[in-house]
Design a protein around this ligand. Structure first.
Ligand code: ZN
Ligand code: ZN
Length: 251
C-alpha cells in the first residue's frame, strides 16, 4: 500500500507540474501569475519532478517549436521520423540539452515571455540533486517494498518526465481519434483522460494551443482545467482569453 501511494502521488504530482506550470503556463501562456507565485511553482516543480527535473525555459522553447513545426523535419519529436519511441526520445533529449546549454540558436519568436530562473536552474538541473532524489526514491522502496517486483517501478520514478513525454509525444501522435482535421498527426489518445490529467486530448490541444482547457467534447474532462478555474477564483493566477481564431501552428 505504501508503494502504491508513493507511486501514484509521484506520478500525478510530477505530471501536474509539467502540465500546469511548464506546459500551459510557460509554453502557452494560458494564464498569468505574479513573480512570487512563479517562484513557488519553480520550487514545486523541482520537488515533484526530482531526478528528472526539466528546465522550464528549455522545455517551453522546445515545445513551442513542436507546435510551430509539428511533424515537419524541424519538429523536435515527431514519430513520423523515428523507428521507435526510444530513438525519438533520445533525439528529443539531445535537442533539449542543446537548447538548455545554448548550443541551439532558437528563433526569437519562440523566446518571447518565457519564465526563467537561471540561478535556480543551475542548481536544480545539476547531477547532485538528481542523484539525491534517486536515492530518496530508492531508499523509500528499500524500506517499504514488500515484494521484489515492486522495484521494477523504480525506473519510472527516476525518469517520470521522459515517461510522460513519451506517452504524449509518441502515442498521442500515433493512436486515438480526431476532433479536428489538421496537417499534423496529433490525436486524442483517451476518451476520458485520468492517466495523463488531460494532456492526452492532444488533437484538441494542437488546434487550440493557448486554451487552458484541453477538453472539447462532453466526456473529455480535463482535471487540471478544474484546478486552473479554482486557482483563478482564488486569485493565484489570472486566466487569459484564448486566441479567437486559432490555427494549428499557433503556440
Ligand atoms: Zn504534439
Ligand atoms: Zn502544447
Amino acid at each position: 500500500m505504501a508503494i502504491f501511494i508513493f507511486f501514484t502521488a509521484h506520478w500525478y504530482l510530477s505530471l501536474f507540474s509539467q502540465t500546469f506550470f511548464q506546459h500551459r503556463y510557460a509554453a502557452h501562456g494560458s494564464f498569468t501569475m505574479s513573480k512570487g507565485w512563479e517562484k513557488f511553482w519553480f520550487i514545486f516543480t523541482f520537488v515533484t519532478q526530482g531526478s528528472s527535473y526539466l528546465s522550464t525555459r528549455a522545455y517551453a522553447l522546445m515545445h513551442r517549436m513542436h507546435h510551430a513545426y509539428a511533424d515537419t523535419d524541424k519538429d523536435p519529436h515527431s514519430p513520423l521520423h523515428f523507428k521507435n519511441v526510444f530513438t525519438m526520445m533520445w533525439h528529443t533529449k539531445n535537442v533539449y540539452t542543446a537548447i538548455f546549454d545554448g548550443r541551439t540558436k532558437v528563433e526569437p519568436r519562440f523566446a518571447k515571455n518565457v519564465p526563467d530562473w537561471p540561478a535556480f536552474d543551475k542548481f536544480a538541473h545539476s547531477w547532485a540533486p538528481r542523484i539525491f532524489w534517486a536515492a530518496v526514491y530508492t531508499g523509500y522502496y528499500v524500506y517499504f517494498a514488500t515484494s521484489w517486483w515492486m522495484f521494477l517501478l523504480l525506473p519510472i520514478h527516476y525518469m517520470s518526465g521522459p515517461v510522460h513525454g513519451a506517452i504524449i509525444n509518441w502515442y498521442a501522435h500515433k493512436f486515438g481519434y480526431k476532433n479536428f482535421e489538421m496537417k499534423n498527426t496529433a490525436d486524442n489518445l483517451f476518451h476520458v483522460d485520468v492517466l495523463m490529467l488531460g494532456e492526452s486530448y492532444h488533437n484538441n490541444h494542437h488546434m487550440r494551443a493557448s486554451n487552458a482547457n484541453f477538453g472539447v467534447r462532453w466526456h473529455e474532462i480535463d482535471p487540471v482545467y478544474g484546478v486552473i478555474l479554482l486557482f483563478n477564483k482564488a486569485g493565484m493566477i489570472k486566466l487569459k482569453q484564448p486566441k479567437p481564431n486559432p490555427v494549428e501552428t499557433d503556440f
